[in-house]
Design a protein around this ligand. Structure first.
Ligand code: ATP
Length: 294
């Protein structure tokens, strides 16, 4: 039994002639401690898929099981990081994180909660900004708060729905590295939704494409065997990296073209960019980032 199981899951919105069949026959098994990236096209149903795991949606057919039990709703066992940060603007960093801790540890003492808040805010390098409000933070800092808030609940699983897609390449790279570092310390099970193949390769153990919808289903998995920590400036010189990247991209282009020829719908491809010298070199620029945030 896998830690997370989606068995023959289908999900539609609407009824009658307005019915949209978004996901069809999704089968996904994730082992405890594994980091899986789902990479897919805009509008293919990635958020629908993560909401089925989060417990905000329920399948029309099939089952979603966590630790062998059906998911009945959201819970502190699953921490979620969204694309749009979803912080409460009138609360400080401290109080945004506290909200999550209050939910996950309602009977903890005030001192225990304080210690926990400070530990996770420090983990994402934001101690200096703990009393600031979201409006006083950059996009990258806000996303760090989201990550701290999700982790502070000590969830069994971290769900990330395109958490970094609104960030610039440097901040994105730094946060990818930080999330992976935290993941490797805590060995949470992670499900990442992304439209960036490089992000999947740098972060995940497996990349699984979600084919374009309607009736989107999962494609074949691509194993990512590179040793960790993965530094993009190192692995992008590796022919195996280029080979894997091209394999995933070629697959996505192929399924995108097939779907386009049968549906007459204009598909927006995921973020497929050629490898450029200097792109995503956060390994080198991390020091600069530190100067900015510490
Ligand atoms: N509540 C809803 N009611 C009706 N249709 C919906 C609803 N939510 C999503 N859809 C439709 O389902 C499809 C998949 O949406 P979803 O948000 O899961 O895709 P996505 O892959 O996450 O997209 P994006 O990459 O643009 O965020 C889209 O066609 C969308 O319009």
């Amino acid at each position: 039994m896998a830690f997370l199981e989606l068995n023959n899951v289908s999900k539609s919105y609407g009824t009658g002639k307005d019915k949209v069949e978004v996901l069809k026959d999704i089968n996904l098994h994730i082992e405890e401690g594994e980091f899986v990236a789902i990479v897919g096209f805009t509008g293919s149903g990635k958020t629908t898929l993560i909401n089925l795991v989060n417990g905000l949606l329920f399948p029309d057919e099939g089952e979603v099981l966590l630790n062998g039990k059906p998911i009945l709703g959201p819970g502190p066992d699953r921490g979620v990081v969204f694309q749009n940060y979803s912080l409460l603007p009138w609360l400080s960093v401290r109080d945004n994180v506290k909200l999550a801790i209050d939910e996950a540890y309602p009977s903890a003492s005030r001192a225990e909660k304080k210690e926990r808040i400070e530990k996770y805010v420090e983990m994402v390098h934001l101690s200096h900004a703990i009393d600031k409000k979201p409006a006083e933070l950059s996009g990258g800092m806000r996303q760090r708060v989201s990550v701290a808030r999700a982790l502070a609940m000590n969830p069994d699983m971290l769900l990330m729905d395109e958490p970094l897609s609104a960030l610039d390449a440097l901040t994105r790279g730094t946060l990818q590295e930080e999330i992976v570092n935290i993941w490797s310390q805590d060995q949470k099970t992670c499900l990442l939704i992304t439209n960036d193949v490089d992000e999947g390769i740098v972060m995940a153990d497996r990349i699984i494409p979600l084919k374009p919808g309607p009736k989107a289903t999962l494609g074949p998995e691509f194993k990512v065997d590179f040793e960790r920590p993965r530094v993009i400036t190192e692995i992008n010189k590796d022919p195996a990296y280029k080979h894997l990247r091209n394999e995933v991209i070629e697959y996505l282009i192929k399924v995108g073209a097939n779907r386009k020829s049968t549906t007459h719908v204009d598909l927006e491809l995921p973020d497929l960019q050629p490898i450029m010298p200097g792109r995503l070199q956060w390994g080198k620029k991390k020091e600069k980032e530190k100067v900015k945030y510490f």
